[in-house]
Design a protein around this ligand. Structure first.
Ligand code: PSU
Ligand code: MN
Length: 302
């Protein structure tokens, strides 16, 4: 088993059986600008505590896999330059070489599972990029959901992606995609989309039961809970759509590829919406943290 260092708060939660919710760190280093990134991380952690659970933000700091960050560690990570973006392929190498890296959805799932944490909240998962039929750019997050038993609460896949292809791949991989409280899938910055969700659940209890049933069946992999952004904070798809197109064209012109694609697009959309996309992103993360806490609480009861 890999060495892990738990924060004081996570250590205490483990000792007393308090529910724990994992959080990723790529959203801090590559998903939002400073200082909003650190502020959002703190507010997300606080939202989890308000629900009676404990947050475990995951990152690799100087070769140590950290499950839960202390206040100063979070501050430093949020301002650090050149932090690696870690997925399944490079998590181990970062640890073995003593590096520092932020964990994506895929790497956070691996670490959460290793730390025996079953629920994880984020903003949006990675998915099939537009033009993937030529670029083959498909996030490792999808494969991870198929093989690692963690329930991930997200506001759907980011609308910069090819959403129908993302949902198709998740179906092929056997990942349960559960819309929370509505029939349609959310689209990150927008509450709804034109795509019907394969599954719908209305309570945290039902989601926790489905997590346990999958485990009891011996089916590997996790679940994706698609939790819609609260309507008061959404950016309607029609407003966003042309701006996403513009950001995608710019990415193509600038020949942005690989790991840089998602951060580039998020940053451009932030600029093109005068910061409105960031405010929506913050609100949906908080909303996901609250639901994840309630699911983790239900899992602790069983
Ligand atoms: N959700 C956000 N902002 C982000 C991400 C998710 O609101 O920055 C990150 C996650 O860490 C996710 C990653 O795993 O983007 C996907 O990157 P890629 O498309 O390169 O797999
Ligand atoms: Mn990619």
């Amino acid at each position: 088993m890999i060495d892990m260092v738990f924060s004081a708060e996570v250590t205490a939660a483990k000792a007393s059986g308090v529910p724990i919710v994992a959080l990723e760190s790529t959203i801090i280093t590559h998903g939002m600008p400073y200082p909003q990134n650190v502020e959002t991380a703190r507010r997300t952690e606080a939202a989890i505590r308000t629900e009676g659970a404990v947050p475990a933000t995951i990152a690799v700091l100087n070769g140590t896999l950290c499950i839960g960050l202390e206040t100063d560690q979070l501050d430093q990570l949020g301002q650090a330059e050149g932090v690696a973006k870690l997925s399944r392929a490079d998590l181990a190498a970062c640890i073995s070489s003593g590096g520092t890296g932020a964990t994506t959805v895929a790497a956070t799932m691996i670490a959460a599972h290793a730390a025996d944490i079953a629920v994880f909240a984020t903003g949006g998962i990675g998915g099939v990029h537009r033009g993937a039929e030529l670029s083959f750019d498909v996030s490792a997050d999808l494969q991870e959901l198929a093989q690692t038993p963690v329930t991930v609460v997200a506001a759907g896949a980011k609308a910069i992606l090819d959403l129908p292809k993302t949902w198709e791949v998740l179906e092929t991989l056997g990942v349960p995609v559960i819309a929370y409280g509505q029939d349609m899938l959310p689209a990150f910055w927008s509450t709804t989309s034109e795509f019907h969700a394969p599954l719908r659940m209305d309570t945290a209890e039902d989601i926790a039961k489905a997590h346990q049933a999958r485990k009891a069946l011996g089916v590997p992999g996790g679940q994706l809970v698609a939790n819609p952004i609260p309507q008061t904070h959404e950016i309607p798809h029609d407003t966003l759509s042309p701006l996403i197109e513009q950001a995608l064209t710019e990415a193509e012109t600038a020949k942005i590829t690989g790991k840089s694609v998602t951060p580039f697009l998020l940053q451009r959309i932030f600029e093109l919406t005068d910061g409105k996309s960031l405010e929506a992103n913050i609100q949906l993360v908080l909303n996901n943290a609250r639901l994840a806490s309630r699911i983790a609480t239900e899992l602790c009861k069983e």
